[in-house]
Design a binder for this molecule. Structure first.
Ligand code: 1PZ
Length: 215
């Protein structure tokens, strides 16, 4: 879905972008994946400047992927599957320690992939939460179960401080701009299985090629 900059933000459209990530033969389409992250970053920015250290990093990773797509070997970067094959076949990935390829598509997408697991866990908590649940607690629980194990102490500390600035559940739902709380819950119920599938397909691919620990 194309979103004009001045159009009112709606999280449904963003999550729909993730739905369109899987091709018929279950390949993950990088343009759609990146578009999904762009939308999420916009959403996060609308929650406040305290999240800008997070969105800066996400934006730089998005930009690296866009540069690969726009580069002379852009066709190799149409799907995550073709990217993995291309970069591995041509020795374009640092496998055990950082070296010549700090911006490989494989290591960059892995960071977004790990963040997608956070998103899945967070949205699932949001979907099943009670009216008086705290978004900051849901967010940090999801973070501690996923991304936190890849982050050094300082980033974990800063992240958990930022989570405390999240608005309460009612405001959070309003910012999502999807409709009533019931409609939000229904929308999340539709979107989550697809986000989860995109995550699983990527996870299996990375695991098969032993890429889950790329430095
Ligand atoms: C709605 C509230 C937003 C909560 C976001 C939860 C994620 C917290 C992640 C904090 C990471 C901040 C700083 C940068 C960390 C980087 O060091 C790592 C590893 O990259 P490397 O250093 O190896 O190149 N980056 C990441 O782990 C990617 C993080 C992407 C986070 C995207 C969040 C988008 C949130 C959407 C909100 C709906």
């Amino acid at each position: 879905a194309v979103m004009a900059e001045d159009q009112k933000f709606c999280l449904r459209e963003v999550l729909d972008t993730f739905k369109s990530c899987l091709s018929e033969d279950k390949e993950v389409l990088i343009d759609q994946y990146v578009a999904g992250w762009r939308g999420l970053v916009r959403f996060m920015n609308s929650l406040g400047t305290i999240f800008s250290f997070i969105s800066k990093d996400a934006v730089s990773k998005i930009q690296i992927m866009v540069n690969h797509r726009n580069g002379e070997n852009g066709v190799q970067y149409i799907t995550v599957q073709s990217m993995v094959k291309y970069e591995l076949d041509n020795g374009l990935v640092d496998i055990t320690k950082r070296g010549s390829y700090p911006e490989s598509g494989c290591r960059t997408l892995l960071r977004l992939h790990r963040a997608l697991r956070w998103l899945e866990l967070f949205l699932e908590r949001l979907r099943t939460s009670a009216e008086d649940s705290k978004t900051s607690v849901m967010c940090s629980e999801a973070y501690n179960e996923s991304l936190a194990k890849y982050h050094p102490w300082l980033i974990r500390k800063a992240s958990n401080m930022a989570f405390c600035a999240l608005p309460g559940r009612p405001t959070f739902f309003e910012v999502m701009n999807v409709g009533t709380p019931e409609q939000v819950v229904a929308m999340l119920g539709d979107a989550l299985p697809l986000i989860s599938e995109v995550y699983q397909v990527t996870e299996e691919l990375y695991s098969k090629h032993d890429l889950l620990d790329l430095p």
